[in-house]
Design a protein around this ligand. Sequence first.
Ligand code: PLP
Length: 449
Amino acid sequence: SPNSWEARAEAHALYGFTDLPSVRERGTVVVTHGEGPYIFDTQGRKYLDSNSGLWNMVAGFDHPGLAEAAKAQYDRFPGYHAFFGRMSDQTVALSERLIEVSPWDRGKVFYTNSGSEANDTLVKMLWFMGRAEGTPAKRKILTRGNAYHGVTAVSASMTAKPYNEVFGLPLDGFIHLTCPHYWREGMEGESEAEFTARLAAELEEVINREGADTIAGFFAEPVLGAGGVIPPPEGYFQAMQAVLRKHGIPLISDEVICGFGRTGNIWGCETYDFVPDAIISSKALTAGYFPMGAVMLGPEMADRLQAAIDPIEEFPHGFTASGHPVGCAVALKAIDVVLEEGLLEAVRAGAGRMEQGLRAIAAHPNIGELRGIGYMWALEAVREGKTPFEGDLSVSERIANTCTDHGLICRPLGQSVVLCPPFTLTDGQMDEMFEKLDAALRKVFAEIT
Ligand code: PLP
């Protein structure tokens, strides 16, 4: 009916990224509330959201402590900024806490409203430092194919996806290296170690071609998330960091997805055993209960920024809601929830069970690769070997749609179906996820093969 929530949504609201043919055909789902890992729509239908919203709702949709932390802070001091020598006590407390749980013994934190803005902010910091240091040409940014760093003009330029061509992006000076996906990008007969060595050699070639004095930084997700859950090949970050260090180029870990437990450690860089020069955080930073991003600078970067600020007495950048006291109070609580309510342990304990369950499903001949770590996994559909299916509606969309019909939300990304559930998932809920996914996969493959 024209008065339904769905019709009203379609008349007045726009989506991010959502005009998939399958969505147009199926219409909108209007969600009213959540419970644990489940969401409920206006029709009363219940879905297990194996995506944790967009990777962010790591404590599920009804954690009482997070809502209480927000309420208490709204009652005490509902909003403030971090400009002109003033900031809230919560902003101070969170910054201290973030550095305490960081890989460094000291550092500084700058707040944004999103992951995209955090990446933009750090790029502006790098440009600002370069000019102050007498190297204004140091502006180019290196990222990798299939990387996702956001949607603002700079972070979209870092996001190496063909869809950004419709905006005339990337901007000049954003260079995309090879995606570190061994299964897809490895050459015939090339070992994983040889693949890693080839990617490190490519990095060195690009630096030599462009000139180290023109490159401001290298940004990488520890596990590429929206690129289809791609863990790095063996020794990748060590090999890349050795090249970057030789040329004095900072390594930035974009931990928007990996940060706060997704890989089984607080940071993805901890899982892959490297210490970055800076960290980009968002999403699970507030367990998705408040929009917030953070740029975390390690000791060297914090010193470089301060040295650039000193002569002009400002870093002319900041958002109205940077360091919002409610966001900071929620983040402080979210960090406690992950670290002190056993969510990190839950991911560590559940990861093996998750892998085992998905491996059984991935035994299907039309699954080419199962990949992942912790609570982030992808199954890549193939016609055979590594050859994808063809057709208008990608097989991953068909699988995701069939899952939705069965009350399971999962995400189609390229040819892959992605599962990244909340860390609070019970064994029973995990089994429900496996059963629904398996049934949907079998149905779709039987229809198209
Ligand atoms: N960086 C990574 C690794 C992401 O996955 C995302 C979002 O999914 C972003 C940055 C952008 O964050 P936001 O959507 O909050 O702008």
